[in-house]
Write a protein that binds this ligand. Sequence first.
Ligand SMILES: CC(C)(COP(=O)(O)OP(=O)(O)OC[C@H]1O[C@@H](n2cnc3c(N)ncnc32)[C@H](O)[C@@H]1OP(=O)(O)O)[C@@H](O)C(=O)NCCC(=O)NCCS
Length: 194
Amino acid sequence: MSLPDLAAARIRVPRDVPADVEVHLFPLAEYQFLLDSHGHLLSPAEHDRARQGHSPEIRLLSHVLRRILLARRAGPAAGTSLSRTEDLIVVALAGRPVGVDVEKQQSPEQSELLLRLLHPADQRRLRGRPAAEVTAAWTRKEATLKAIGVGLQRDPGLDEVGTRRRPRAPLGWQVRQLTVPPAVGAELAVAWRD
Ligand SMILES: CC(C)(COP(=O)(O)OP(=O)(O)OC[C@H]1O[C@@H](n2cnc3c(N)ncnc32)[C@H](O)[C@@H]1OP(=O)(O)O)[C@@H](O)C(=O)NCCC(=O)NCCS
C-alpha cells in the first residue's frame, strides 16, 4: 500500500527555525484511520511496546505517523520527537536533535501548578499572566528537555524559558513557540540543537 501524503499536517514555523526542522500537527479524529490502513508499518514488538503505556491507540498512531513521515522525508532525519494530548499528535523531524511539546490549554489551577515548577525568573515574569502564557512557557520547557534527551529527569526549574517573543534555552539549544489555530486550543513549541 502506498504511503499517504501528510503534507497538509505540516505547520508553519518562524523564519529563524532551520530549514531541516519540520513539525506536523495531527488532530486524532482526522488521522485515526491510518492505524488500520498502515499499522503494519510497525513491527509486532513495536506494537507491543506502544500498547504498554496509557492511551495505547494514540501512542501507536503517533509512531505510525512518525514512520510514514520518515519514509517520505527527502533529507536524513538525525532527530525525531513526539508529543501527544488526548486528541492531538505532534511529530517533529530534523537533521539534528529536536524536541517538541504540545499541551492543551490548562485551567488556571493547572497552570499554577506548572508555574511553580519553572525557573524562579520565569515564575516572576509569568505570575498573574493568563494561563495560556504559562502553558506556552511549559511547552518551551518540555520541548527543550526532550531535545536534550533528558526529559523531566532534569529539574525543570534549572533553566529559564524566557518569553514567547524572546525564548531562552540552555547554551547550544534554541526553542520557539509555534502558532496553532486558536480552534485547536493548544500551545506548541519546538526546540533544536544550534
Ligand atoms: C519527556 C516527558 C516529559 C514527556 O512527557 P509527556 O508530556 O507526558 O508526553 P508527550 O506526549 O509530550 O511525549 C511523550 C514522548 O516523549 C518522548 N520522550 C520521553 N522521554 C524522553 C526523553 N527523555 N527525551 C526525549 N524524548 C522523550 C517519547 O517519544 C514519548 O513517546 P513514546 O514513549 O511513545 O516514544 C516525560 O516522558 C519524561 O521526562 N519522563 C521521565 C520523568 C518522569 O517520568 N517524570 C514523572 C512525570 S512528572
